[in-house]
Write a protein that binds this ligand. Sequence first.
Ligand code: C2E
Ligand code: MG
Ligand code: MG
Length: 580
Amino acid sequence: MQISILVLTNDASIWKDFLQIDHAFLNKQRIMNLKKVFELVQKKRFDSLFIDMELLDGNAANTVYQLQQSNFEIPIVMILSEEDEAQAIEMQKAGAQDFILKSEIEEKIVLRTIRYATNKNQLLNQLQKSRDLEHHLAYHDFLTGLPNRLLFHDRLNQAVKKGKRSKDEVALFFLDLDGFKKINDTLGHSFGDELLKMVASRLKRAIRESDTVSRFGGDEFTVLLQNVNSVPDTKTIAKKILETLSKPFTINERELYITTSIGISLFPRDASDSETLVKKADVAMYRAKAAGKNLYMHYTFSMDESLFESLTLENSLRKAIKQDELVVYYQPQIEVNTGKIYGLEALVRWQHPDYGIIPPDKFITLAEEIGLITEIDEWVLRRACEQTKIWHSNGFKNLKISVNLSGKNFKQKNLFKRFDRILKDTEFPAEHLWVEITEKSIVSDIEHTIEILNQLKSLGLKIALDDFGIAYSSLNYLKRLPIDMLKVDRSFVGGIPVDRDDSAISTAIVVLAKSMMLQVIAEGVETKDQLMFFKALNCEGMQGYLFGKPQTAASTTNLLKSNLNFTSHFNLSPQPTVVK
Ligand code: C2E
Ligand code: MG
Ligand code: MG
């Protein structure tokens, strides 16, 4: 194997010594100018560079260092005129692999020096590479290859510093995949990993090269955008990200859809330091999740406070379910023609250990926001079915039970299954079950609602549209919904008979229900006048304090046993007048 060396020296005697080495495989080339070294090594491969210390004129360490810094991969051997340990060490520190004395330039020693310098150089290069790798691993996510949290913080810090100087805005996106845990749990971790890798590469493609996507941890990603033009820019990019991630992912021939929630914070608008920026983007992301997922939200000042409140309430509400602090109350529903109780509405209450009974108005919205409502509604349904089953077997055979179902449940894929399960577990006859949904909850996604309601109805239960009249649902929608009953909202009933508008609206609703062959029930009937008003409209059902407030199962049992007839109780004429 040929060995080529380059000797940098002005000293003719040194060069002569090199020339005297008579070795068939050793190619020698002399050069007298340092600047030429760079030119030459570009053109030709050398195994070692011998540099005469004297030529460098007291600037040797610096020169060697500069050679090493400029990606100079050839091992360097310094030629010293005399044994000077301090100098030798200094040269090695600067990056020379070895040294040789002027007096030692002869075949054996030169060859040995070349071998030693080459080996050492290789070792050092390997070490450098593994250090680079170590550095890469320390700052990158192993799975996706994206910058990790550490590098992200570093870049964010720099971006913020730069932003302070240049007055440029910086945007921070905090992304969290919706329902990733479930994918991991049901399809396995390797499937989840594959998905994360695909998400990472889609994210990278969705942004500019100068911006940073990083994996923050688990299914959380962050995107750092520099020089943004405030909210309009971030909106466009957020939409782009949501869109690219909502396209199907194909993994192991399986098509999978996911959605993502994004929180966005802006420097300097929301925070002037990187740590707070991350926190605020995280808060905004949390709100995006609570608001229904698959959307982005910019941080706003008010988010912090409501977050704090809901967090404390959330914790105690979660505990409430576990510690059995929820109770179901029952309110009677009256069949006007017979004057008898024909059904009950199950209404949840929170029996708080410190504050006593908390009405649903105070916690249902929160439960909806934080995703607890499904659990609550399911619990109420099960409890109500169990209890009504007891009443059925105690002689109140045809008693109907109504339960409220929040529209948030419609997003749950297994709603039908859960209903089916509960009906089976409790052996409850579905034809005695009414599910009340509010008008508000259907207006948002009518097609989906129709589908879900049809599924539920296939179990044999019936659907009532609760609080009807306040959410402006169009008649067209109403016609298409598979509902069986309208409940006139109590806000109209309260004004009867004094308020002419309330009376007119209530009348219209009853007439509308009848024309659509729907049953109708007036809610919140408190006075005999109101009772008479609806009776005159031929409204078949009524519910309100006049007949009974929501009450515990035990007092409901007493009420049922009393077999009260409200027609005779209120001394009503048996034949109602029908108002057209
Ligand atoms: P809603 O389903 O419209 O229930 C009727 C509400 O009107 C009940 O309030 C009931 O106590 C009240 N009410 C009935 N008659 C009268 C009356 O004559 N006068 C007055 N002033 N009020 C009357 P409550 O129990 O406080 O429930 C409020 C709302 O909370 C319910 O309205 C329902 O939307 C929701 N809710 C209750 N329980 C549940 C549940 O288990 N799940 C879900 N998702 N929502 C529930
Ligand atoms: Mg209701
Ligand atoms: Mg209602």
